[in-house]
Design a binder for this molecule. Structure first.
Ligand SMILES: Cc1cc2nc3c(=O)[nH]c(=O)nc-3n(C[C@H](O)[C@H](O)[C@H](O)COP(=O)(O)OP(=O)(O)OC[C@H]3O[C@@H](n4cnc5c(N)ncnc54)[C@H](O)[C@@H]3O)c2cc1C
Length: 100
């Protein structure tokens, strides 16, 4: 099923990693929609500590909804871009969405 929606303020951020999460956070109340397969940002510099057990894994992830309280989160993967360039196709992660 194909559904169409417009991103608030016309800003769509592809990926909720370092760049995407910080852009959405800095946009603040101006709003944005983040498309991300995960609902968290992974703090990669601390991965080694999580893997070795000196840090709990939950301490190296930051929930995107907490980090970017004014952004909408669309769980899924961006699969194509345009035309027109403002139109993105997103494959939603149903299993993830059910778990939220
Ligand atoms: C183990 C490790 C340790 C590191 N330590 C450091 C360090 O100490 N200092 C440092 O400066 N850098 C470090 N880095 C590098 C740093 O993590 C990267 O430079 C940084 O994450 C790049 O940010 P980014 O936003 O470009 O990509 P990412 O943070 O990788 O974010 C990309 C996001 O896009 C999402 N995505 C991918 N495809 C799609 C799609 N089709 N649709 C929607 N979303 C998508 C991914 O799920 C991901 O969330 C480390 C990296 C690793 C792996």
């Amino acid at each position: 099923m194909t559904r169409s929606r417009t991103a608030p303020n016309g800003v769509l951020v592809r990926g909720g990693g370092f760049a995407g999460a910080y852009v959405a956070r800095l946009l603040g109340r101006r709003g944005a929609t983040i498309v991300s397969p995960e609902n968290f940002m992974l703090y990669t510099p601390m991965l080694a500590e999580a893997a070795s057990g000196t840090l709990e894994p939950r301490h190296v992830v930051v929930p995107l909804r907490v980090m970017c309280p004014h952004a909408a989160l669309l769980l899924g993967r961006a699969v194509s871009l345009g035309p027109p360039a403002s139109q993105h196709a997103v494959r939603q992660a149903r299993r993830l969405a059910r778990n939220l």
